[in-house]
Ligand binder design. Structure first.
Ligand code: HEC
Ligand code: HEC
Ligand code: HEC
Ligand code: HEC
Length: 162
């Protein structure tokens, strides 16, 4: 894995990739992260664009939080890659298995600061944003991590289908 990543790296650096990766869409993450996908799909983030009326869907002010990547990446709502970064370069399995390489080519660890770009004073929430509580409400990683520990003895990649 490492060796492949090693060869890929110079290519990516030369093409000036950092921060500019295209989105692959949530369906592309689903095959390898089925539990995360299901949890996300049931969250309000997955339906954020649906909260807007047809005319609001053309209003850049609303889109900036409800569908920030629609214009550039043609991906609606608040999607995996809105938080984790465009997956074009990190989503291949052999890159994903290398935590350092994944991050080098675009995988983002979402921070509280990132949440607050949308969950700020201008959002309609009645209560101020509480990061710890809000994280619990969007949990899509506990099941993934439980699975990871069972998989530890079996180095083969996860099956594409459930
Ligand atoms: C070909 C399979 C595959 C695809 C497609 C894929 N992943 Fe992964 N992903 C993995 C594997 C394998 C890991 C390594 C960790 C593990 O064993 O679960 C991983 C790890 C991660 C991690 C944790 C990284 C870390 O080091 O903490 C995140 C976050 C993640 N993937 C997000 C995504 C997102 C978002 C997408 C879609 C844009 C995606 N993945 C697509 C296989 C994949
Ligand atoms: C790109 C903008 C954006 C980012 C970044 C973002 N959110 Fe959201 N979030 C929204 C929008 C918009 C909604 C409301 C969706 C709807 O109902 O239409 C929402 C809804 C939620 C809700 C559901 C609120 C409810 O009333 O049930 C939770 C919880 C939440 N977000 C947590 C988070 C956390 C935690 C982070 C950071 C890890 C985060 N969000 C990052 C835009 C964002
Ligand atoms: C700064 C980011 C931001 C902007 C800009 C924004 N929203 Fe939101 N919106 C949110 C967040 C975050 C929530 C979820 C609040 C919560 O429940 O915590 C939300 C919730 C909503 C909801 C309630 C959805 C539900 O499930 O009850 C509607 C409707 C909505 N927004 C419409 C709009 C419209 C229309 C615009 C444009 C005029 C807009 N929003 C602009 C962040 C934003
Ligand atoms: C609103 C932002 C947001 C969205 C949308 C989102 N994630 Fe995450 N994701 C996070 C945060 C924050 C964490 C880390 C939580 C923690 O470390 O406590 C995380 C963790 C993960 C992990 C576990 C990483 C690990 O350490 O094991 C995976 C896998 C993952 N996300 C995949 C996805 C996939 C796939 C999607 C879409 C189907 C998605 N995420 C959508 C914010 C988001």
């Amino acid at each position: 894995m490492r060796a492949l990543g090693f060869w890929l790296l110079p290519l990516l650096v030369v093409s000036g990739v950092a921060g500019a990766a295209d989105f692959v869409g949530p369906e592309s993450c689903k095959g390898c992260h089925p539990a995360a996908y299901t949890a996300w799909q049931q969250s309000k983030h997955a339906r954020a664009a649906d909260s807007l009326t047809e005319s609001q869907k053309k209003d850049a002010r609303c889109l900036s939080c409800h569908a920030p990547d629609q214009a550039q990446q043609n991906v609606a709502s608040v999607t995996c890659e809105t938080c984790h970064g465009g997956g074009q370069y990190y989503s291949p399995g052999y890159v994903m298995k290398d935590p350092e390489l994944s991050r080098l080519v675009g995988l983002v660890d979402p921070s509280e600061k990132m949440c607050r770009t949308c969950h700020d004073a201008s959002s309609p929430s009645l209560r101020p944003f509480n990061f710890v509580e809000s994280l619990k409400a969007i949990d899509h990683w506990s099941a993934e991590r439980a699975k990871k520990s069972t998989r530890a003895e079996a180095p083969s990649p996860p099956p594409a289908k459930k």
